[in-house]
Design a protein around this ligand. Structure first.
Ligand SMILES: Cc1cc2nc3c(=O)[nH]c(=O)nc-3n(C[C@H](O)[C@H](O)[C@H](O)COP(=O)(O)OP(=O)(O)OC[C@H]3O[C@@H](n4cnc5c(N)ncnc54)[C@H](O)[C@@H]3O)c2cc1C
Length: 326
C-alpha cells in the first residue's frame, strides 16, 4: 500500500476507461479499478455485438469494438489497472482516502466513481454446487482457450456469448456440447448458422439440475428436459456457464454518498457531497442527465479537472490535447 495515487477511478466501463485515460493525459498518477476480469462495462459485457450509432466519429461501432478502440493508447498516457477487484468502501485519511477492495487496499488523494449500476457479475448456475469448483471445473469466463484443449466441454447458455464460445472452443476441445433451455438461440443469425455446421453437439431444451465432482476430478452434470421429468447425465472436464450478467447497485448505499434513488447526486463540476470524491457516467444524476456514453465521456474530464483544482496540483489549465506536446 506504499504508493499514493493522485486519483483512483472506480469502475472500468466506457466512462471509467476514458476518465482514467484523461487523468493520465493530465499527468495524474492514476489507477483504474474494475470488478470484472475484463474492462469495458455494459458495452463489453451486455451488448458486445450490438451496433452503436450515437457515438460521434465511430459509425455503427459494436460494443466490443468501442472498448477495443477506447483501450488504445501509447506510452505517454498510461494508467495502472486493477482487474477482478471490487471496491468495498473507502476511509478518509490525512492524505486522501484508503480504498478497501476484495483483494487489498489502495491509497489515493482523490476518487472518481464511475461504477454504472454497480459491479457487473455473471449470472450464476441455478443449482447448488461446491464453490471450490469455480475456476476449475466450473467457469464463468474464458481466460485461455488452451485450457480447453482436448477436453470434453459443456457450454451452457443461449445468447451470443454462449454460441460464440461454443464455436470457438470446438476448435480446441475433443468434444463440445451446448446446452440451452430453449430450442432456439438468441444469437447473431450468422453465428447460429455456423453452429448448425459445426462440431458442437446441442442439448436442447434442457436445464442443468446438479453438478458434482467425480472420483477422477471430472464433473457429472445432471440436466432435465424442459416440461418433463426426464433427467440425463453427462461427464465433462469443464462446464462454461454463459447465462448473462447482472449488476447490483446496493454497494453504493454504504458509501455515505448523497443519493437520489440508486444514483449519486453531483453538481455541474461532478462533485459529490464528499470531499475529493467525484462521480461520472451512468452512476450519477443531475438535472438533464441522460444515460449515454458520450455524456459520460464529457463528465469524466470535468471530474478530473475538478480534482486537479481541489488538490491544488499545479498544472496548466485544461487545454486542447493538440497543444500538449508543443
Ligand atoms: C442493451 C444496452 C444498449 C445500450 N446502447 C447504447 C447506445 O447505443 N448508446 C449509448 O450511448 N449508450 C447505450 N447504452 C448505455 C451505455 O452502455 C451506458 O450509458 C454506459 O455503459 C455507461 O458507462 P459507465 O462506464 O458509466 O458504466 P458501466 O458501463 O455500467 O460500467 C461500470 C463498470 O464499473 C464496474 N464496477 C461497478 N461497481 C464496482 C466496484 N464496486 N468496484 C469495481 N468496479 C465496479 C462494473 O463492473 C462495470 O464494469 C446501452 C445500454 C444497454 C444495457
Amino acid at each position: 500500500m506504499s504508493e499514493i495515487y493522485d486519483v483512483a477511478v472506480i469502475g472500468g466501463g466506457p466512462v471509467g476507461i476514458f476518465t482514467a485515460y484523461y487523468a493520465s493525459m493530465r499527468t495524474l498518477k492514476t489507477v483504474l479499478i474494475e470488478s470484472m476480469p475484463q474492462l469495458g462495462g455494459q458495452p463489453q459485457q451486455l451488448y458486445p455485438q450490438k451496433k452503436i450509432y450515437d457515438v460521434g466519429g465511430q459509425f455503427a461501432v459494436t460494443g466490443a469494438q468501442l472498448i477495443t478502440n477506447l483501450l488504445e493508447t501509447d506510452e505517454r498516457f498510461l494508467y495502472d489497472r486493477m482487474l477482478a477487484t471490487t471496491v468495498q468502501g473507502f476511509t478518509a485519511t490525512p492524505q486522501g482516502y484508503v480504498i478497501q477492495t476484495n483483494k487489498s487496499t489502495v491509497q489515493a488523494r482523490a476518487i472518481i466513481i464511475t461504477v454504472g449500476n454497480g459491479p457487473i457479475q455473471p449470472r450464476k448456475l441455478a443449482c447448488d454446487y461446491d464453490p471450490h469448483l469455480e475456476g476449475k471445473q466450473i467457469n464463468y469466463f474464458v481466460s485461455d482457450l488452451e485450457d480447453y484443449r482436448d477436453q470434453t466441454v459443456l457450454v451452457a447458455g443461449g445468447g451470443d456469448s454462449a454460441v460464440d464460445w461454443a464455436l470457438e472452443i470446438s476448435h480446441y476441445a475433443q468434444q463440445t456440447f451446448l446446452l440451452h433451455r430453449r430450442s432456439t438461440f438468441r444469437a447473431l443469425e450468422s453465428s447460429v448458422q455456423q453452429l448448425a455446421h459445426s462440431k458442437v453437439q446441442l442439448l436442447v431444451p434442457e436445464i442443468i439440475k446438479a453438478c458434482q465432482l467425480t472420483a477422477d476430478q471430472r464433473l457429472a452434470v445432471t440436466y432435465q428436459t424442459i416440461k418433463t421429468t426426464t433427467t440425463h447425465q453427462i461427464i465433462v472436464d469443464k462446464l462454461l456457464v454463459n447465462y448473462g450478467m447482472t449488476a447490483d447497485s446496493r454497494l453504493l448505499r454504504k458509501w455515505q454518498l448523497q443519493l437520489a434513488g440508486p444514483f449519486i447526486q453531483v453538481n455541474s463540476t461532478m462533485h459529490t457531497n464528499l470531499p475529493y470524491i467525484y462521480a461520472a457516467g451512468d452512476a450519477v444524476c443531475y438535472p438533464g442527465k441522460e444515460r449515454l456514453i458520450t455524456l459520460g465521456w464529457a463528465e469524466g474530464p470535468i471530474a478530473v479537472n475538478s480534482a486537479i483544482n481541489d488538490l491544488k496540483i499545479t498544472k496548466a489549465p485544461a487545454g486542447h490535447s493538440s497543444s500538449l506536446f508543443n
